[in-house]
Design a protein around this ligand. Structure first.
Ligand code: AMP
Ligand code: MG
Length: 491
């Protein structure tokens, strides 16, 4: 039941019970100018039983803008390290975020409330501890987009703005974002214990995570390796979903990999417009380490870093066996999702080729990934069926015709009915995704203090599979200016 007030939210912080080595206790640093609410996510509020009208109270922005604390919160910055662009960095940690505490709901679930942009911490290195409005909007909206798409993600509870200046390449304003997850533990949280040779802490952390999030493994033999195998599975499933929807994370460092298999830390991410297997969304990623088609492999690479960090707790062979489940599992999940995107119900040996060839066609003709899959739902499998508007999207019509004829045969071979198939496909092929240019438009308006575009985009993205006739323009391909916007780690 969502009926708690801000005053009756229930907070605890089990992470603060762990040894002090895992974090630094500190309160958020408020902005100098008063925080104001830009947007709140009611679905996320529901997860902590917060009544809908609570978000409009001035006290809400005070609390989640870091000005005041609620009883039971024990704010802290979490310590972690990680491999950044393949290189081990011995200390990272929450440099600009604070784990406020865990809100518990009536169903006994715990939600970490993590305030991002909350000021300097002992882990800030050269940073100022702040997040700019621009990047906070991007994270906020993409969390909502992923939530709408059904892809595991941290949730964003609210976006709070301020008039405080924050200095990046240019002067911007600051914002804070509250994100929620059952846990914000990362691969890098394990790595820091391992590389500091704090093996007892490593065990404490693993036991804590298992106890809280994998309770069915508590008393199982070889529980650490089994826990690892679970992380492998969740990661494979997550990345299969990213690949199917055409989304790139942009900075898949091990400190940005959630131990629960959630999409975590939104920076220079991107939904593809025109299909390009080698799509690099992060302007700072000069070598394309985190290019779209590298993500499945990077997932494995990151998992091997986690396996390494767990060596003091588990048999090497058992960890290796866990790692080896990744590739087949990823393939199976990915193919399953791509078959569904083509509207196929049965599984045939030639399906992989059908998928691959379709992607090849998209690449060759620079076809918009989201639009073409949605439109494929209208494909006529009748012998004399015409598919002109689909066909017109391809430069090489002959190759399209050749593929379409195979697709038609394949559909007919499982007695697919076009109308039914279309319904099925529309439930897996979104009409609306958070294209970079749409986020950019919302950002530019917000920088002028007009938040209406955030409201609108948020609404559209909550039901990305539904037809929203009044919102058709949000399903269009980007205009020329919006095709190759540069997004980088600067945030
Ligand atoms: P990210 O690339 O956002 O995942 O951040 C990598 C690391 O840099 C993390 O430890 C962050 O906490 C830290 N960091 C990023 N931006 C800032 C900032 N403005 N101030 C302090 N630390 C930051
Ligand atoms: Mg990060």
């Amino acid at each position: 039941m969502s009926e708690r007030t801000l005053e009756t939210l229930s907070f605890d912080n089990t992470y603060a019970r762990l040894p002090e080595a895992f974090y630094a206790r500190l309160n958020p640093t408020p902005f100098n100018s008063p925080p104001y609410l830009i947007h709140a996510n009611q679905l996320a509020a529901e997860l902590i039983d917060l009544a809908p009208e609570q978000v409009t109270r001035p006290e809400f922005a005070e609390l989640f803008g870091g000005n005041v604390l609620a009883p039971g919160m024990e704010p802290l910055a979490m310590l972690y390290s990680g491999h950044q662009f393949g290189v081990y960095v011995p200390q990272l940690g929450d440099g600009r975020a604070v784990l406020l505490g865990e809100a518990t709901n009536e169903r006994g679930q715990r939600w970490d409330l993590h305030l991002k942009g909350a000021g300097m911490t002992p882990f800030s290195r050269d940073g100022d501890g702040r997040a700019v409005l621009r990047s906070s909007i991007r994270e906020y909206l993409c969390c909502a987009a992923m939530q709408g798409l059904g892809i595991p993600t941290t949730q964003a509870l609210c976006l709070v703005g301020s008039d405080d200046k924050v200095y990046r390449e240019q002067v911007e304003t600051g914002a804070m974002l509250v994100r929620m997850a059952p846990s914000h533990v990362r691969f890098g949280t394990f790595e820091v214990c391992y590389y500091r040779k704090q093996y007892e802490h490593l065990r404490t952390l693993a036991d804590y995570v298992i106890d809280q999030h994998f309770p069915y493994l508590r008393n199982v033999d070889g529980k650490y390796a089994k826990f690892f195998t679970e992380v492998v599975e969740r990661t494979a499933q997550l990345i299969a979903q990213w690949q199917a929807v055409g989304w790139a994370h942009g900075v898949m460092n091990t400190d940005n990999m959630s131990i629960l298999g959630l999409t975590l830390d939104y920076g220079p991410y991107g939904f593809m417009d025109d299909y390009d297997a080698g799509f690099i969304c992060n302007h700072s990623d000069h070598n394309g380490r985190y290019a779209f088609n590298q993500q499945p492999y990077i997932g494995l690479w990151n998992l091997s870093c986690l396996a390494q960090a767990l060596l003091p707790l588990a048999e090497k062979e058992a960890l290796k066996a866990g790692l080896e489940t990744y590739q087949p599992l990823f393939e199976r999940e990915y193919q399953k999702r791509m078959r569904a995107k083509l509207g196929l119900v049965e599984t045939r040996p030639t399906d992989e080729e059908l998928v691959r060839d379709f992607l090849g066609l998209l690449q060759g003709s620079h076809v918009d990934y989201t639009i073409v899959f949605r439109e494929l739902g209208t494909f006529s499998s009748a012998k004399d069926g015409r598919n002109d508007s689909l066909r017109d999207q391809f430069l090489n019509r002959e190759r399209f015709d050749e593929w379409a004829s195979r697709y038609r045969d394949r559909l007919r071979s499982e007695d697919s009915r076009d109308d039914e198939r279309r319904g099925r496909m529309n439930r897996v092929n979104p009409k609306y995704v958070l294209r970079n240019y749409l986020a950019q438009l919302a950002i530019e308006k917000a920088q002028q203090k007009d938040f209406s575009e955030i409201d609108r985009l948020f609404m559209v993205l909550q039901t990305p599979f539904a037809e929203q006739p009044a919102m058709e323009s949000y399903a269009l391909p980007p205009p020329n200016w919006g095709k190759h916007l540069a997004v980088s780690c600067s945030s």
